[in-house]
Design a protein around this ligand. Structure first.
Ligand SMILES: NC(=O)c1ccc[n+]([C@@H]2O[C@H](COP(=O)([O-])OP(=O)(O)OC[C@H]3O[C@@H](n4cnc5c(N)ncnc54)[C@H](O)[C@@H]3O)[C@@H](O)[C@H]2O)c1
Length: 442
């Protein structure tokens, strides 16, 4: 049964439009009946469209798209996603899950332009998980946000049930179960790192407060906007009613880059590289850990005998990859960052393969590695696939690794002092050890 088959059935034009949103893999057939169940949002007043369709291929009830006064007046939902369908359910497909609310900030930006389509396609949450996308933009980017929503409309994703757009985080983050915080100001010419910390820190303080006020109490937050570790710290400090454990700073792109470089050097396909940890800050002090990583199940140092390359070239290559890419591309990595955000989410919603782990920047309180408390630091984690994670215990350290980790730790502690006014910890004092470039910056 294809979409083409469906659209030839005797339906009204409204229904044809809707049924053309369905892909055969997401449909369920019982005898000659086809059922699709669009989950209802838990919110009392729908902001975007909530609808339920059941149809028979031979005899299709002609559904009426109802534009209620309330729906007309809603500015948050977008276009086709504002339709309310008044349909009678004849058959419900049991496999559909409850709608998942995903908020994305910086939704009109370059990274989101790749990520949103991955989320809507089912790549992250699976082929029977309906998704609502709640898109946050800035005042300046609002028109572009409408353009993004139009492209989402035109993509006819069957799993995409709601799209709402807005510039007020207190509205957009309502009931969010995932918050992907990508929107941030780029570092302008001549801007000091401390200036960037302050200007973006304010965005993440506000968004932390908004999450605290209106998001799901178990929302998982992934901070991408730079400087992402300290932004994540600011965000969690401003959201005291959400577990600090739920906040992540994205270092998965760095992990993916490190795996790629090791695979290249060892002459193996990159799926043979496992147990890759990025320690520390998403900056050039980050530490790609070749001591604990494995290639084909063996320690990297047994496979790659050129230890000088590992300590010098490999480490620097990973740390500066973003900058090199900008020189080639003329802009910072967007597609591979979106891939890595999807990877980071998948790592939390699917069980980690036996013996392996992944890297993510998380809150350090209670960590078993002796890293300073109360910062957000990239560390090795495992997940049961329930959205939560635990830190990996059996990790080996040597002097080289300890020394490098300490440098990244010192940088994050200095960044923390720089944003004390945003974390509720007094007066800020900025003594950053050096102005390390962020990956992705010139
Ligand atoms: N952690 C990582 O691995 C990683 C990798 C690459 C880029 N980044 C960072 O991700 C961020 C976004 O990158 P991009 O390439 O998508 O940038 P972009 O400039 O293309 O998009 C950013 C968008 O955010 C919007 N925005 C600004 N302030 C906002 C706010 N307060 N609320 C909502 N939206 C806001 C802007 O209008 C813009 O549309 C940057 O900070 C970049 O440094 C992080």
């Amino acid at each position: 049964m294809s979409v083409a088959d469906l659209t030839t059935s005797p339906v009204t034009s409204t229904y044809t439009k809707t049924s053309s949103r369905l892909h055969s893999s997401q449909l369920s057939l019982s005898s000659n009946r086809l059922s699709v169940h669009f989950s209802r949002s838990p919110r009392p007043i729908p902001r975007a469209q909530n609808f339920k369709i059941t149809c028979s291929v031979n005899q299709v009830p002609a559904p009426v798209a109802v534009q209620t006064e309330e729906a007309k007046n809603k500015s948050e939902c977008f276009g086709v996603f504002c339709q309310t369908y008044d349909l009678k359910a004849e058959e419900e497909t049991k496999s559909w899950k409850k709608l998942i609310n995903v908020a994305v900030s910086g939704a009109a930006g370059m990274i989101s332009n790749h990520l949103l389509f991955k989320l809507a396609s089912g790549e992250v949450f699976g082929p029977n998980q309906p998704v609502a996308l709640k898109l946050l933009g800035s005042e300046r980017s609002f028109q572009a946000l409408e353009g993004v929503a139009m492209e989402l409309e035109d993509s006819l994703y069957p799993l995409l049930r709601e799209v709402s757009i807005g510039i007020n985080p207190y509205e957009v983050f309502e009931d969010a179960e995932w918050a992907l915080l990508i929107g941030a100001k780029p570092r302008g010419p001549g801007m000091e790192r401390a200036g960037l910390l302050d200007i973006n820190g304010q965005i993440f303080a506000e968004q932390g407060k908004a999450l605290n006020a209106v998001a799901s109490r178990n929302v998982k937050v992934i901070v991408v906007g730079n400087p992402c570790n300290t932004n994540a710290l600011i965000c969690l400090k401003n959201a005291p009613n959400i577990p600090a454990k739920n906040f992540h700073a994205l270092t998965r792109l760095d992990e993916n880059r490190a795996k790629c470089q090791l695979a290249l050097k060892a002459g193996v396909f990159y799926d043979k590289v496992s147990n890759m940890t990025i320690w520390g800050n998403h900056s050039t002090t980050q530490v790609p850990d070749f001591l604990n990583a494995r290639i084909n199940g063996s320690p990297v140092k047994e496979v790659i005998k050129d230890h000088k390359w590992l300590e010098e070239e490999f480490t620097e290559k990973v740390q500066k990859r973003g900058g090199v890419l900008i020189q080639k591309w003329g802009r910072s990595s967007a597609a591979s960052t979106a891939v890595s955000i999807a990877d980071a989410m998948k790592s939390l919603v699917t069980p980690t393969p036996e013996g392996d782990w992944f890297s993510t920047g998380v809150y350090t309180n209670g960590n078993p590695y002796g890293i300073a408390q109360d910062i957000v630091f990239s560390m090795p984690c495992r997940s049961k696939g329930d959205g939560d994670y635990e830190l990996v215990k059996d990790i080996t350290f040597d002097e080289y690794l300890r020394k490098r980790i300490a440098k990244s730790e010192a940088e994050l502690l200095a960044e923390k002092r720089c944003v004390a006014h945003l974390t509720g910890e007094g007066v800020a004092f900025c003594d950053l050890p050096e102005d390390t470039m962020l990956p992705g910056e010139m």
